[in-house]
Design a protein around this ligand. Structure first.
Ligand code: CA
Ligand code: CA
Ligand code: CA
Length: 373
């Protein structure tokens, strides 16, 4: 009779382990959207370098499935150039990765600069009621003499907000963007994972941190071992004030592992599988996602996507594709070559293609083989 409460306790523990947020937090998602948006309202003060580094790490020849859209004020005058209010209001649309570099302090960033306060008064009055919108004000700049700016505070981000997708990767390169607790920019701007700064930061910090972060996440650094945002951050080597908030995210899906391993020798029958490091779109027909070439005699069965809840290791919550191979019991002799197609396998709910070797660019396939005897 005394065993019953103990069994109940064990059952509760098991349920807790499966449903706990800590297990859920291990899941890596990719952004749904496939554009890199860069907002630089004062390049005449903070330069181009950080934005250039991010573009070099995740677009064009090193693409991870993103196209760059860059909004800049390049002139130290009255014009906001490409940093207009209408563009700000549309900044989140399509943004899988958002990078903002500007001046700021605890609980606010400077979103637009001008020598003319009437230009900024209009900028801050997006709804046209004659007064600055909630969480916005026009202030004199001390960082850039002669300039004024639109201050956008956590109140704006909390109430109106940019409308960022809940799986976006966000990097706010401005002083104190991680300071202020619940009222910090980091905690109010939205997205899935946010990088920001505790204390003061320089444009050199932004440049070097961005280059290292996206170099880890695109796989060029650490041989593709730190592609997840949390692994990239925890690898260290960043400026002292660099901070990360919230959930594991990858730029595009990569390969976690394959089994049996490439080049291995196996018994006559068993399971083979590929496990991805992020959720993938399982609506892609499995026969297109993965093709199997058999040399010799061996049956292939049950090729299928395995969902997280079916996974042998639910805590990993990885997406995987699995099949059964079965050679003859007597004198088995076969080689199986598997191709996971980089032009078919893509992020769950997104468009970013598989990175088959975990190093940018993506879209390449993972090919491996094993044989018997
Ligand atoms: Ca200007
Ligand atoms: Ca207004
Ligand atoms: Ca690659």
């Amino acid at each position: 009779m005394k065993r019953m409460p103990l069994l109940g306790f064990v059952a509760v523990l098991v349920t807790w382990a499966i449903c706990s947020p800590s297990a859920e937090a291990l899941v890596a998602y990719c952004p749904r959207e496939d554009q890199l948006h860069i907002w630089e309202p004062c390049v005449f003060s903070l330069g181009y370098d950080a934005g250039d580094r991010i573009i070099a790490r995740i677009t064009e020849s090193k693409t991870q499935g993103y196209e760059a859209w860059r909004f800049q004020d390049t002139t130290e005058d009255d014009s906001v150039v490409n940093c207009r209010r209408a563009t700000w209001d549309a900044l989140a649309a399509g943004a899988g990765v958002l990078f903002i570099q500007t001046h700021g302090y605890i609980g606010f960033v400077a979103a637009a600069y001008s020598t003319d306060t009437s230009v900024l008064d209009n900028w801050a009055d997006g709804d046209g009621d004659g007064s600055p919108d909630t969480g916005m004000s026009v202030e004199q700049s001390y960082a850039i003499p002669g300039q004024y700016y639109v201050r956008v505070t956590y109140v704006y981000f909390r109430n109106l907000g940019l409308g960022l997708d809940s799986r976006a990767i966000v990097f706010v390169a401005s002083c104190h963007s991680a300071d202020g607790g619940e009222n910090s920019i980091m905690n109010t701007i939205g997205g899935r994972v946010v990088f920001a700064y505790q204390g003061a930061s320089t444009n050199y910090d932004h440049r070097d941190d961005a280059d290292r972060l996206f170099g880890m996440m695109n796989g060029e650094l650490a041989s593709g071992q730190n592609r997840r945002s949390d692994d990239a951050f925890n690898a260290g080597g960043y400026s002292n004030g660099f901070r990360m908030g919230d959930d594991p995210t990858t730029l595009c899906p990569g390969v976690f592992y394959v089994s049996p391993a490439d080049g291995s020798h196996v018994g006559a029958s068993g399971y083979a599988k590929i496990v991805f490091d992020s959720f993938c779109e399982d609506e892609v027909p499995v026969g297109q996602a993965l093709t199997i070439q058999v040399s010799g005699s061996c049956d292939i069965r049950e090729l299928q996507w395995i969902h997280a809840e079916q996974s042998e290791d639910p805590a990993q919550n990885c997406r995987e594709i699995r099949f059964v191979y079965e050679g003859p019991a007597c004198n088995p002799n076969f080689t199986i070559t598997v191709t996971a197609h980089g032009d078919k396998i893509k992020a769950k709910d997104g468009t970013q293609l598989l990175d088959g070797n975990n190093v940018a660019p993506n879209g390449d396939s993972k090919v491996w083989s094993f044989s018997c005897p």
